[in-house]
Design a protein around this ligand. Structure first.
Ligand code: SF4
Ligand code: MG
Length: 335
C-alpha cells in the first residue's frame, strides 16, 4: 500500500544560548491511509517536535530543519513555501493539541471557530459553513448542536471542548490527523469517550492518525503501529502486537514494565531510573546506553543500526547483533 506520509532521516535542531540542541536526529517513519501510528516516549524524546515539523510549525528561529524529507503524498513538504504550507495545514493535515482550553479562542463562538477553516479552505458560504459546523458538532457527539454553535468555550465542559477541538481538526476532512496527547488533560471516563470517538471517526473517514502519547494504554486502544522514540531517535518500530508482545529494545522493555497494570488505578507511567541524554551534546553511540542495564562497550561507541525482526519490526539495539550475549526481556512486561 502507498504511504500517505513518509519521514526520511528528519533532523530538527534548536539554537540556544548554550549551543545547538539536536531534538530530532534522523527519524524515519511511514504512515498509510486509514492507519494509526502511535509515537511513544518520555518528554524530550522528540515526539512533539517531529509532529510540529510535519505541520510546518517549528518556530524558526530558534528551530530549524537540518535535513531529511517529509513526503506527503509523494511531495516533500520541506520544499513548500510558508503560504503553500498554510494551504495544507488544517486542510490536508490537521492537528489536535493537548489542551483544549488553549486550542480554542475564548472570545469567539464555537460555531465561528469551526466555520473559519471551512470558509478559508473550502471557500464555503457562511450559511453552508454554519450548517456543516452543526453537523460536525453532531458527529463528535455534542447534544443540541444548533444551540451550541452560538455558545462560547467557557460554556462547555473540558471533555466537550476537546470534542470541539476534534470537530475543528476534522472540519476539512484531513488526510492526516496529528493528535498530540489528545486526552492527557481529561479525566479517565472522558478520555475513554474521546478515544472511542476518534476510533469511530477514523473508521468513518479513513483518516490516517499520528497519535503522540506517553500513555501505552491509549496506544493499545487506538493504534495499529508504534514508533518508540528516545533521545531524538526512533529506537524501535513495529505493529502494536510486536511492540506489546515481542518487544526487542531495552527501552521498550522499560516502558512496558513501567506501564500501570490492570487494576492499578493510576494512569501515569512509573519513571525508568536515570535521565534522558542531553541533546545539546548527544551521545555518539546508543542514546539509551547511560540507563540501559544491558549496555556493552560497543553501545557507547557506535550508534546501533536497525535490526529487522520482521517486515514491520525494526529495532536499533546491539543486543540483536549475533555476537551479543542473549538477553531475555524482563518478566515484568506485559499487560
Ligand atoms: Fe542497551 Fe546497548 Fe541496546 Fe542501547 S544498544 S539499548 S545500550 S544494549
Ligand atoms: Mg510533548
Amino acid at each position: 500500500m502507498k504511504n500517505i506520509l513518509e519521514l526520511k532521516d528528519l533532523k530538527v535542531s534548536f539554537d540556544t544560548f548554550s549551543g545547538e540542541v539536536q531534538a530530532v536526529r534522523g527519524v524515519n517513519l511511514t504512515l498509510q491511509k486509514g492507519e494509526t501510528l502511535a509515537i511513544v516516549g518520555e518528554s524530550g524524546s522528540g515526539k512533539s517536535v517531529t509532529s510540529k515539523a510535519i505541520m510546518g510549525l517549528i518556530p524558526s528561529p530558534p528551530g530549524r530543519i537540518k535535513g531529511g524529507e517529509i513526503n506527503f503524498e509523494g511531495k516533500n513538504l520541506l520544499n513548500y513555501s510558508k503560504r503553500d504550507m498554510q494551504k495544507i495545514r488544517g486542510k490536508e493535515i490537521s492537528m489536535i493539541f493537548q489542551d483544549p482550553m488553549t486550542a480554542l479562542n475564548p472570545t469567539m463562538k464555537i460555531g465561528a471557530q469551526i466555520m473559519e477553516g471551512l470558509i478559508k479552505h473550502q471557500s464555503m458560504s457562511k450559511k453552508d459553513a454554519k450548517q456543516r459546523a452543526i453537523e460536525l458538532l453532531e458527529l463528535v457527539g455534542i447534544p443540541n448542536p444548533t444551540a451550541r454553535v452560538e455558545q462560547y468555550p467557557h460554556q462547555f465542559s473540558g471533555g466537550m471542548r476537546q470534542r470541539v477541538v476534534i470537530a475543528i481538526a476534522l472540519a476539512c476532512n484531513p488526510k492526516v490527523l496529528i493528535a498530540d496527547e489528545p486526552t492527557t488533560a481529561l479525566d479517565v471516563t472522558i478520555q475513554a469517550q474521546i478515544l472511542d470517538l476518534m476510533r469511530d471517526l477514523q473508521e468513518k473517514m479513513e483518516t490516517a492518525i499520528i497519535l503522540i502519547t506517553h500513555d501505552l494504554g491509549v496506544v493499545a486502544n487506538l493504534a495499529q503501529k508504534v514508533a518508540v522514540m528516545y533521545g531524538g531517535k526512533v529506537v524501535e518500530t513495529g505493529t502494536v502486537d510486536e511492540i506489546f508482545y515481542n518487544p526487542k529494545h531495552p527501552y521498550t522493555w522499560g516502558l512496558l514494565s513501567s506501564m500501570p497494570k490492570l487494576h492499578n488505578h493510576s494512569n501515569k507511567l512509573i519513571a525508568i531510573p536515570g535521565t534522558p541524554p542531553d541533546l545539546s551534546d548527544p551521545p555518539k553511540g546508543c542514546p539509551f546506553a547511560a540507563r540501559c542495564p544491558h549496555a556493552m562497550e560497543v553501545c557507547t561507541e557506535y550508534m546501533p543500526d536497525y535490526f529487522e525482526e520482521s517486515d514491520t519490526q525494526k529495532t536499533a539495539c546491539w543486543l540483536l547483533d549475533e555476537r551479543a550475549p542473549k538477553v531475555k526481556p524482563p518478566a515484568t512486561i506485559g499487560i
